[in-house]
Design a protein around this ligand. Structure first.
Ligand SMILES: *[C@@H]1O[C@H](CO)[C@@H](O)[C@H](O)[C@H]1NC(C)=O
Ligand SMILES: *[C@@H]1O[C@H](CO)[C@@H](O)[C@H](O)[C@H]1NC(C)=O
Length: 436
């Protein structure tokens, strides 16, 4: 069966309903403190990198002044270790007064003044993972109310120091409590990650009704090994996960670590490409004050973002695992377009992978291809064999337009010298067998 038909069939079968708060109809984008800044509260010795008000206003300044916000990166999210070790006299959570002198309300105002949003972190247990006050069952309503009064826009609710019983009661109850505040607050649930991420323990149709996104699997770390581990888990379990995702309800493979220390440029492009294929939330965890221009251009790649943010919200899949250690991924997009990723797990040299669109289940036709990371375009006929050169641990990513009627396109092609120029450029760069 053709992939499009298969996906449409699955789409009709899955009568999953998303949480009705109107939020996150495309995967949320922004910045999240955890992976890069962890629970660093040593502001005396490391003031620039500790969890405090200024870290978040610094990132907000960068997001709004360096072109991120316009691309969709609007959430600035606090993670663990923001709060005081004690609730206040009325039993409410409060920010650490030394590190957040203006409190959380001041931060949310700072974000909103700049067209950004603020996210906060809590934990469905007695303590957060870092040992700060959690949100036990009897505190759910008061904490939801507190977050709404602070005018936060998103809550990530972790699951340390809780058990399956408490989680099964608490995660849906927080969803109700957030709704009852009347403030739309995006809701990220770590629940499935604490239950192994798979049915029957995890009920994805329930999750879709109560959460906007959920962490399915373990935390990302600053290494390529960690990225590969996450990628393998998500694509090995893709049938279950694809059915769960859609507008307002997303699987979350965790943060982008592009711009940190663990990934080469090739690997950074691979993370960006695969997160776009997965329709994953794009939360960067890096230092936007010092990020390299190379990492920034990958994270700001307009076509990669457009693919990630496609309004249909269909999560993509791995369609081939070759013996050569090349893997091919595909995501259906709106307007009969699609995205393809050729990913090399090799460690020797650029690999010349030969295939054709027909072999990748494309129907008969002529396709216009846009190469996401080189910006080149070309025309490809379904049966024509082509070669892509994929670097070790790198990707080639394509946006593939809807098939055109052969006649119209070939006429347009022969008239359009500019396109011919791109085409020749491509030929000169290692794709020798492409022609109309
Ligand atoms: C609360 O839920 C109702 C019913 O699902 C929905 O119409 C409303 O928009 C929700 N409000 C908020 C703030 O999430
Ligand atoms: C789960 O945690 C709650 C609250 O801490 C506790 O009362 C309950 O006994 C625990 N249940 C199990 C099965 O451990």
């Amino acid at each position: 069966m053709h992939w499009t038909a298969l996906v449409l069939a699955l789409g009709l079968l899955a009568v999953t309903v998303a949480l009705d708060n109107g939020l996150m109809r495309t995967p949320p984008m922004g910045w999240l403190a955890w992976e890069r800044f962890r629970c660093n509260v040593d502001c005396e010795h490391d003031p620039r990198n500790c969890i405090r008000q200024q870290l978040f206003t610094d990132m907000a300044d960068r997001l709004s002044e360096d072109g991120w916000r316009e691309l969709g990166y609007v959430y600035v999210n606090i993670d663990d270790c923001w709060s005081s070790m004690q609730r206040d006299q009325r039993g409410r959570l409060q920010a650490d007064s030394k590190r957040f002198p203006g409190g959380i309300r001041r931060l949310s105002r700072y974000m909103h003044d700049r067209g950004l949003k603020l996210g906060i972190y809590g934990d469905m247990g007695t303590h957060t993972c870092g040992g700060y006050p959690g949100t036990p069952l009897d505190k759910i309503e008061v904490d939801a109310q507190t977050f709404a009064e602070w005018e936060v826009d998103m809550l990530k609710l972790d699951g340390c120091y809780s058990n399956a019983t408490v989680q099964a009661q608490g995660y849906p109850r927080m969803s109700k409590a957030l709704n009852a505040t009347g403030r739309p607050i995006g809701y990220s649930c770590s629940w499935p990650a604490y239950q192994g991420g798979l049915p029957p323990k995890v009920d994805y149709s329930l999750l879709a009704k109560i959460c906007n996104l959920w962490r399915n699997y373990g935390d990302i770390q600053d290494s390529w090994t960690s990225v590969l581990n996450i990628v393998d888990w998500f694509f090995d379990n893709q049938e279950v996960l694809i059915a769960a995702a859609g507008p307002g309800r997303w699987n979350d493979p965790d943060m982008l670590i592009i711009g940190d220390f663990g990934l080469s440029m090739e690997q950074s492009r691979s993370q960006m490409a695969l997160w776009a294929i997965m329709a994953a939330p794009l939360f960067m965890s890096n230092d936007l004050r010092t990020i390299s221009s190379g990492a920034r251009s990958i994270l700001q790649n307009k076509m990669a973002i457009r693919i990630n943010q496609d309004p249909l919200g269909l999560q993509g899949r791995r369609i081939l695992k070759e013996k050569s250690n090349i893997e091919v991924f595909w995501r259906p997009l709106s307007n009969d377009a699609s995205a393809l990723v050729f990913f090399s797990r090799r460690d020797d040299m650029p690999y010349r992978y030969q295939t054709s669109l027909s072999k990748l289940n494309y129907t008969t036709g002529i396709y216009k291809i846009y190469d996401v990371f080189s910006g080149r375009t070309m025309i490809l006929k379904d049966l024509v064999s082509f070669v892509v050169s994929v670097n070790p641990s790198g990707v080639v990513m394509w946006y593939v337009s809807a098939p055109a009627k052969p006649r119209t396109l070939s006429r347009q092609f022969s008239r359009d010298d500019r396109l011919g120029g791109f085409f020749r450029g491509y030929l000169a760069n290692g794709i020798p067998q492409v022609f109309l």
